[in-house]
Design a protein. Structure first.
Ligand SMILES: [Zn+2]
Length: 396
């Protein structure tokens, strides 16, 4: 998320525009370090669950709502009786308690907003998978990460980690340990362009652009789905509690992780192309949560639209581009001339009686979206050259 330090409109003058970027790298811990990681996770999870318990009891018995501070000041006393807590870098257990605090904050926010508010839950081993050095106690030199009270670990530095590293999180995933850094970097505005684009979320495609370019769902999505289904069936066939089932579950987790990585990679590439080639990027402000529970569920969740939009948003901010979310209502029921053009979901072609425009439904929707964002006038929209942004993408 961007952290604007100074408010100013001209990005060329405003050099102090800082961003928090996340970097994730695979770790190559020694056996000893991996063991310490596991122990640290266990202790943090225990603290998290204990913190949760204390808050629940305090609320149930005394109607007192505890805060982070009242829990964190108990840590020194805990350390005198628990060697394993004392063995941690001081900010690591604090961070576990801060997570309790955040869970309750989110809970109360949901209650206030009258949403379904699930009470914060205890975390099992599989649901507590990371611990964090929130400010200090870690150092990255080259590909060597040194963690206070743990030791050194090599990481696979797949890209340079730029900026001022603020937090360091160690995370356990299906195929091993990872580190996630958040770093403050300065925005790098790109040269201004005149090109603008509206994007329509796809049902049959991944997305359609106002230029007419259709971005297909990459082929590997379907292939991955078959692999996923296979792995899921395998889990279902195995007996509960058995060794074979445990192995099948591990395999399923690895497949899931692989699919996620492929999708993220695809989203990164497409969002990069869109941001590099357009000054204004307009999308529908879809309530993804609401939409995902309806008919479009599979299509929307599969395409991971929400994540994709976030990627465009931060890349656009970084590059000094304009990212606009417009009212999503009726984008497929309107013509760019303004006439009302009702369609059912299965009607894939747009034909306007008022102006005579005949075009694919998604293409027109993308143009309406761009129009609503204050983009190009009608004539430019309709006859715009459909230079393909997508042809540069290796996937399509
Ligand atoms: Zn029309």
């Amino acid at each position: 998320m961007p952290l604007p330090l100074a408010s100013c409109n001209d990005v060329n003058v405003c050099v102090k525009h800082l961003f928090v970027k996340a970097y994730k790298f695979k770790l190559r811990p020694s056996k000893r370090v991996a063991h310490v990681f596991e122990q640290t996770l266990d202790v943090c999870r225990e603290l998290y669950n204990a913190g949760l318990q204390e808050r629940r009891d305090s609320w149930k018995l005394n109607k007192v709502s505890l805060n982070f501070h009242s829990q964190a000041i108990q840590l020194p006393a805990i350390k005198t009786v628990r060697e394993d807590v004392d063995a941690l870098y001081s900010q690591v257990p604090q961070d576990a308690l801060r997570r309790v605090h955040k869970a309750f904050d989110a809970f109360f926010r949901r209650v206030k907003a009258r949403q379904t508010a699930g009470f914060p839950r205890f975390k099992s081993k599989s649901r507590y998978d990371s611990f964090c050095y929130p400010q200090s106690g870690f150092k990255l030199i080259g590909d060597k990460l040194t963690l206070s009270k743990i030791g050194s670990v090599r990481l696979r530095l797949s890209r340079p980690c730029e900026g001022n590293i603020k937090t360091c999180t160690i995370k356990h995933e299906a195929d091993g340990w990872y580190v996630v850094f958040t770093a403050e970097t300065e925005a790098k505005p790109l040269p201004k362009l005149s090109a603008q684009v509206g994007i329509d979320v796809g049902l049959t495609n991944f997305a359609t652009l106002s230029s007419g370019t259709e971005i297909d769902n990459p082929r590997f999505f379907r292939a991955a789905q078959a692999t996923l289904a296979g792995a899921q069936r395998k889990v279902a066939r195995r007996k509960k509690g058995g060794n074979q089932r445990r192995k099948a579950v591990q395999l399923l987790a690895r497949v899931h992780q692989h699919v996620r990585a492929q999708r993220t990679d695809f989203h990164h590439k497409i969002s990069r192309l869109l941001v590099n080639n357009h000054q204004l990027i307009a999308v529908e402000d879809l309530n993804v949560k609401g939409l995902a529970s309806g008919v479009l569920a599979k299509a929307v969740t599969d395409a991971g639209w929400g994540y994709f939009l976030n990627m465009i948003a931060y890349k656009a901010e970084d590059a000094g581009r304009q990212f606009v979310k417009v009212d999503a209502r009726g984008t497929s029921q309107t013509c760019i001339c303004g006439a009302h053009t009702p369609k059912t979901l299965s009607q894939r072609w747009h034909k306007c009686d008022a102006c005579g425009l005949s075009n694919s439904r998604d293409h027109v929707s993308a143009q309406v979206i761009l129009q609503r964002a204050g983009g190009l006038p009608v004539e430019t929209l309709t006859y715009r050259n459909t230079e393909s942004v997508v042809s540069e993408s290796p996937y399509l």
